[in-house]
Design a protein around this ligand. Structure first.
Ligand code: ARG
Length: 460
């Protein structure tokens, strides 16, 4: 028999029963649900809304249910629709009438809102920790490769020289922003909806500050209608996780490219690669590809929630039950990707010779050549034109700028001298870029220091 049978003259159709039920996925919130109920029962007792001894009985009963769920002794039922009703039914079955008083001054609307917030409040710090672990891997890789010159690209065309360390720190800065975004989200969602009831609180002297603090929230939410109909925090989290996955996916794409024989900038460890069932020579970057592929699921979760909430009138609507699978899947996906990605980067081998070879072949010192002439007094635009002609000459003859003879250089501009070779050496090109944020060793060391400091400050 349904809880609401009093109002109804017919049984729920079995199709509707199953359709309506969320226990199949929200069972996962059992621990948060019980914590929320314990806080609520304690408050009801303290406020004299129910007898203290009843509150105690409820709390003991809930603790026993929690232990039994954790021991795998509990089976949830579809007939009880969701985790909230399953636990309440179980409680009443175990402790009798006192169990029926737990739902005083509460609704499943504030209950599910508090459960979900409690859930993400635990997961966000776990994700932050994983991102910080990845940061440490990037710092390690960067430190070992401060002098590993490689081409930097624009349009995937070789552009200007950089180092593998500079490259790693570029990603480290993206992940740093991801951490701060997640922290912002956490700070904003740190308000407790419990006590909002169905939408308009209740006529009992409910103490929402007590339950908020008991559950570790900073404060209760300020408006009860908003409390039960707000899923902004979940949308914000999905957006943050989407951006994080976008960063992982860009990085994955580079790793896939770098592993190819066309690049061979890095070798993945055998333990982080896979073979082919037919082609004996293959060693595939499946981990990077899967991370890239899984990005779509997380974007999907964001779009699911945005669309679910679009045009919903206040306050609670059943549409909102659809939030949980998306939230769980996005969080699970991110938590699955981060550690394996970090381990893959940690164990990859850098091939500095191949990077240097690619850097030497792509005219990535052309800007430096123009700068050389500019430093000798030529306006940059004129210098740019001259170097363009030199590059064109090289392409025809199969040369690079540094294999041209001084005579070749001088045929185009008399400003060229013997010191041009030094100016065009890739090491010089990198190490002269000492600007804050640049690829020179000392600049990258500064970047590493900043990331390391950030990791230190954010690891509690
Ligand atoms: N299972 C529901 C959900 O996840 C709980 C809230 C149900 N409230 C209601 N009025 N039907 O959203």
């Amino acid at each position: 028999m349904k809880l609401w049978a009093g109002r109804f003259q017919k049984e729920t159709d079995t199709l509707v029963n199953d359709f309506n039920s969320s226990i199949g996925f929200d069972a996962r919130l059992y621990q948060q649900d019980i914590r929320g109920s314990i806080a609520h029962a304690a408050m009801l007792g303290k406020q004299g809304i129910i007898e203290e001894h009843e509150a105690e009985k409820i709390i003991e009963g809930l603790k026993a249910i929690l232990a039994d769920i954790e021991d795998g002794k509990v089976e949830f039922s579809m007939d009880n629709e969701d985790i909230h009703m399953n636990i309440e039914a179980m409680l009443t079955q175990r402790i009798g009438d006192a169990g029926k008083r737990l739902h005083t001054a509460r609704s499943r609307n504030d209950q599910v809102a508090v459960d979900t917030r409690l859930y993400v409040k635990e997961e966000i710090p776990a994700i932050i920790k994983q991102v910080l672990d990845l940061e440490q891997v990037l710092v390690k890789k960067a430190e070992a490769n401060l002098d590993t010159v490689m081409p930097g690209y624009t349009h995937l065309q070789r552009a200007q020289p950089t180092t593998f360390a500079h490259y790693m720190m570029a990603y480290a800065n993206m992940f740093k922003r991801d951490v701060t975004r997640l922290e912002d989200c956490l700070a904003r969602l740190d308000e407790c909806p419990l006590g909002a009831g169905a939408l308009a609180t209740s006529t009992y002297p409910v103490d929402r500050f007590q339950t908020a603090h008991a559950l570790g929230f900073h404060k209760p939410t300020d408006n009860s209608m908003d409390s039960v109909s707000d899923r902004d925090y979940a949308i914000e989290l999905m957006a943050d996780l989407s951006i994080l996955m976008m960063h992982l996916s860009r990085f994955s794409e580079e790793i896939v490219l770098w592993c190819s024989w066309e690049f061979k900038y890095v070798d993945l460890d055998d333990a982080y690669s896979t073979g082919s069932s037919i082609m004996p020579q293959k060693k595939n970057p499946d981990v990077a590809e899967l991370v890239r592929g899984k990005t779509g699921r997380v974007y999907g979760a964001l779009v699911t929630l945005l669309t679910m909430m679009k045009s919903l009138p206040l306050a609670y609507n059943k549409d909102m039950q659809e939030d949980k699978e998306a939230i769980f899947d996005a969080i699970d996906t991110v938590e699955l990707c981060l550690p394996v990605f970090a381990a893959m980067v940690d164990t990859l081998t850098v091939r500095p010779k191949n990077m240097a070879k690619a850097a030497a072949g792509g005219f990535i010192n052309a800007t430096d050549c123009a700068d050389y002439l500019t430093k000798k007094g030529l306006p940059f635009r004129e210098a740019y034109m001259i170097v363009g002609r030199l590059v064109n000459m090289c392409i025809k003859s199969g040369d690079t700028l540094d294999t041209l003879t001084l005579k070749d250089f001088r045929a185009i501009s008399s400003l060229f001298d013997e010191d041009v070779y030094d100016a065009l050496a890739l090491k010089t090109c990198v190490n002269e870029r000492k600007v804050y944020g640049g690829p020179a060793k000392e600049s990258v060391q500064k970047q590493i220091e900043l990331i390391r400091q950030f990791v230190g400050e954010h690891t509690k």
